[in-house]
Design a protein around this ligand. Structure first.
Ligand SMILES: C[S@@+](CC[C@H](N)C(=O)[O-])C[C@H]1O[C@@H](n2cnc3c(N)ncnc32)[C@H](O)[C@@H]1O
Length: 211
């Protein structure tokens, strides 16, 4: 079910899980703060491989493409439950961000095939759950944007974090909205150095984990 968040951008509510895809305080402001400012802009690399857990509406892909500048980015995103076109077509991100072409490219490019959706930006959408996914290429930056640890505890385990740690290049970063103690402890246990960072509006902290 689509609703409007406090910054005017849309998000979705999943009643069965009582989960939102984004913060009710603002979907765009949340994604921009967590994944772009504390992830993409933090990692000073010109060429990088990004792995996202939870493609959802494609908002993180869109913001990353819009902030890619002169970087070359290979972006892989995992999503076992793709949203139907009738929902995607109603989302107001392309209007707010003035990015109709890019948003259309993101959602019409084929699944399972890396596609250059804009110059130097390659997107591969994988219809798979994190638990079944074993990365092949080394990754520089992980956007861990699954449903929260209460609704989806199977995704926030040491086993999953170990797999992600192993696939990161030295200096690689995992960034996530959760700063829950058990999440930070599990990340620390597999070898990450974890820092609490200030959160976006409506959230005190987020976590940045570095290899
Ligand atoms: C918080 S929402 C994602 C928000 C998304 N990044 C966006 O900008 O719209 C969580 C997403 O994780 C997906 N998901 C659920 N189970 C998953 C799993 N086992 N592995 C990977 N993604 C999963 C959900 O379908 C949902 O799209």
């Amino acid at each position: 079910m689509i609703f409007v968040t406090d910054d005017g951008s849309h998000s979705l509510h999943v009643p069965e899980l009582n989960e939102h895809y984004h913060s009710t305080h603002g979907a765009i402001q949340e994604s921009q703060h967590i994944y772009i400012e504390n992830g993409l802009n933090y990692l000073q690399k010109q060429t990088l491989n990004i792995l996202e857990i939870g493609f959802g509406t494609g908002l993180n892909v869109l913001l990353t493409a819009l902030h890619a500048g002169s970087k070359t980015i290979r972006y892989t995103t995992l999503e076992p439950y793709p949203l139907p076109d009738e929902i995607l077509s109603k989302l107001n991100y392309p209007n707010i961000l003035n990015a109709n072409n890019c948003f259309t490219q993101i959602h019409t490019c084929p699944w399972e095939i890396a596609t250059e959706i804009q110059p130097h930006f390659f997107l591969k959408k994988h219809r798979i759950s994190l638990q079944d996914y074993y990365p092949i290429e080394p990754i520089d930056l992980i956007y861990f944007d699954a449903f929260g640890p209460t609704a989806a505890p199977d995704l926030w385990t040491q086993e999953q974090f170990q797999k992600l740690y192993n696939t990161l290049n030295p200096g690689g970063v995992l960034i996530t909205f959760s700063a829950k103690g058990t999440v930070r402890q599990a990340l620390t246990n597999v070898g990450f150095t974890v820092t609490k960072r200030p959160g976006p509006t409506g959230k005190t902290h987020i976590s940045r984990a570095e290899k």
